[in-house]
Each structure stands twice: as structure tokens, then as C-alpha cells.
Write a protein that binds this ligand. Structure first.
Ligand code: HEC
Ligand code: HEC
Length: 282
């Protein structure tokens, strides 16, 4: 992938470097770039299939006309934490802002600095292919009323530092739950079955149960989990495929080792729940 080499060196100011780590944890590149077709970074992604239609993550390069080059800090925070565009339109939750809403202002503004330091790409974002009535953005207001709480993540002083770091990464940035948690009929996350596994939007693959239940990761050690996030292999050395391959390549393999260990700590301390979706069952 030649364009990878063309990414500017990130030797810039401390904010940009901090922003890069948020960017990697948030897995922004994997959705906002057509990685399979080696498209230009941040210029817009391949289709994300959901039961409501196919969504295309837009151009978030710093181009002033086609990307976010003209956005203010307030615009950016409102998009990431409120799911609202600079013109006041509601975003579809195919953009995981129900997760990003938990991230701190500081982290998100560093992330914006990182995005602005990337190469602008002057291409128009591809429109979503979503059927009526889901094509009506004002209806998203109703969806948000039931499925979205714009609350920042709060530390739990009774837990370890590693657990808190893992909790922040998973719940505010890495959006593991957006795939590994089942959804209700409205497409909102079923928090009562947090991380218990789910069938993905294309209905063909299952994101397995990540809780420490016998049907989940009960037999995995913390090192097994951290290694899976780094190398994309199960403890039996089987490759972890599908959507997870993309997550490992563009997000978790790029995290600091202490961050992968923190995610493992957090997952191991989740309440054990039976699997909410099983491979091979429809
Ligand atoms: C799972 C895929 C996915 C991931 C991961 C993702 N996004 Fe997006 N993003 C989308 C989609 C889809 C939209 C379009 C939403 C809509 O049109 O309502 C979007 C929209 C946006 C917008 C609004 C752009 C505009 O023109 O209005 C911004 C800003 C954005 N994303 C930034 C980010 C950042 C920063 C990250 C990483 C922290 C990120 N996204 C991660 C899918 C994703
Ligand atoms: C875009 C959807 C998606 C996201 C986001 C995602 N996963 Fe996954 N994950 C999957 C799928 C699908 C599989 C199953 C892959 C397979 O069948 O080979 C999987 C598999 C796994 C496995 C292997 C489990 C097993 O029993 O083999 C682990 C561990 C895992 N994911 C952890 C995570 C963590 C931690 C995060 C957040 C940092 C995360 N995933 C984010 C979709 C996702």
C-alpha cells in the first residue's frame, strides 16, 4: 500500500502525536478510507452494510470544501459528542458517535489537530444508499431520544488504573461494543447484553461474545486477549478474520502494549453473559 508511505511523518507538535493515538484507538481510518481499494486516506470509505441500508463514511480530510478543513473546534466536538453536523443535521449511528460521545474534549481536540495535519483530498463524499423512511434525517432525532445519551466517560475510583484505561478505550474510542453488543429493533445498543456478541449488519458474520463466560472468552488469559489484539490470532493461532481483521490492522495493533493489556483487563472483569449470537444460526 504505497499511500501509507505518503502519510506525513508525525514528528509534529505533541497534540498531533497525542491525536494520532486517539485516531488509532478510534479506528477512524478503517471506515473513512476505502482501505480495500487502497483509496486516499480519509477521503471516504467503502460501504458499511446495515439492516437500514449502506452507509459511506464521508471525506474527513482537511480539505476546506470537501472535508473538515473549515470546521471549528465546536463543530468537531458537536459532531463527535452530539452526533450533529455543523449545519444542524443529525448523523446516522453508522458513525459510532454513541461511543465517541464519551471521549474527553481534550482527546477529541488533539484528534482534530491530527486530522488537520493530514493531506487534504478534494473528492466529494459518496451519498448513502438508504431507503425511505430511513433516508429522512430528522427521524434520527427520534432514534436519539431512545438510544443516545451524550454523556462523557467517568472513571471508577474503586477499580484499578488498568481497568479504567481499558474502560475508557473500549467505551469512548475503540467502539468494540458497536459490533460485539446486540442491537434492539431500532438499531440501538442493548446495554443489558453489553459485549455478549452480535450478528453484524451484513447478517453473514458474528462478532463473538467477549465476556468471561464459557461461551465467550472464559478460557482466554489476559495475554491471549492482548496478543489477539496485536497479531489477530486466537490462542490456538487461528487467524481472526472478517471485520476484526480490519480492526486489528488499523486500530488495535497500533495501540501501545499497555493499552492492549488494559483492554484485556477490562474485558476479563465484565459480567459473564451467555452468547447473544452464535455462528451458524440465523
Ligand atoms: C464504523 C465506521 C466509522 C468509524 C470507525 C468512524 N466513522 Fe466517522 N462517520 C462514519 C459514517 C458512516 C459517517 C456519516 C454519518 C452520516 O452521514 O450521518 C461518519 C461521519 C463522520 C463525521 C462527519 C463528517 C461530515 O462531513 O459531516 C466526522 C467528523 C467523523 N465521522 C469523524 C470520525 C473520526 C474522527 C473517527 C475516529 C475517532 C471516526 N469518524 C470513526 C463512519 C465511521
Ligand atoms: C467492525 C466490527 C468489530 C469491531 C469494531 C470490533 N470487533 Fe472484535 N470481532 C469482530 C468479528 C466479526 C469477529 C469474528 C471474526 C472471525 O469470525 O474470525 C471478532 C472477533 C474478536 C475476537 C476473537 C474472539 C473469538 O472468540 O475468537 C476478539 C478477542 C475481539 N474481536 C476483540 C475486540 C475488541 C477488544 C474490540 C475493540 C478494541 C473489537 N473486537 C472490535 C468484529 C468487530
Amino acid at each position: 500500500m504505497a499511500w501509507l508511505l505518503a502519510l506525513p511523518a508525525v514528528a509534529g507538535p505533541a497534540e498531533v502525536e497525542r491525536g494520532r493515538r486517539i485516531f488509532d484507538a478510534g479506528g477512524c481510518l478503517a471506515c473513512h478510507t476505502d482501505v480495500k481499494a487502497a483509496g486516499p486516506p480519509l477521503a471516504g470509505g467503502r460501504g458499511l452494510k446495515t439492516p437500514f441500508g449502506t452507509f459511506y463514511a464521508p471525506n474527513i480530510s482537511p480539505d476546506p470544501d470537501f472535508g473538515i478543513g473549515r470546521w471549528t473546534d465546536a463543530d468537531f466536538l458537536r459532531a463527535m459528542q452530539g452526533g450533529v453536523s455543523p449545519t444542524g443535521a443529525h448523523y446516522y449511528p453508522a458513525f459510532p458517535y454513541p461511543t465517541f460521545t464519551r471521549a474527553s474534549d481534550r482527546d477529541l481536540l488533539d484528534l482534530k489537530e491530527y486530522l488537520l495535519a493530514q493531506t487534504p483530498v478534494a473528492t466529494l463524499s459518496r451519498p448513502h444508499e438508504v431507503a425511505f423512511p430511513f433516508s429522512l434525517r430528522p427521524l434520527l432525532w427520534f432514534w436519539k431520544l431512545f438510544n443516545f445519551r451524550p454523556l462523557r466517560w467517568q472513571p471508577d475510583p474503586a477499580r484499578s488504573e488498568a481497568w479504567n484505561r481499558g474502560s475508557y478505550l473500549v467505551e469512548a474510542l475503540s467502539h468494540c461494543g458497536e459490533c460485539h453488543t446486540p442491537r434492539n429493533l431500532m438499531g440501538g445498543l442493548d446495554r443489558a447484553r453489553w459485549m455478549a456478541g452480535a450478528r453484524l449488519g451484513d447478517e453473514k458474520s458474528v462478532a463473538p461474545n467477549l465476556t468471561p463466560h464459557a461461551s465467550g472468552l472464559a478460557r482466554w488469559t489476559a495475554r491471549d486477549i492482548a496478543a489477539a489484539l496485536e497479531f489477530g490470532l486466537t490462542p490456538e493461532d487461528e487467524p481472526i478474520g472478517g471485520e476484526m481483521d480490519v480492526v486489528v490492522t488499523w486500530s488495535t495493533s497500533r495501540l501501545a502494549p499497555t493499552d492492549r493489556a488494559a483492554i484485556a483487563t477490562y474485558l476479563q472483569e465484565l459480567p459473564a453473559l451467555p452468547a447473544a449470537a452464535v455462528i451458524g444460526r440465523r
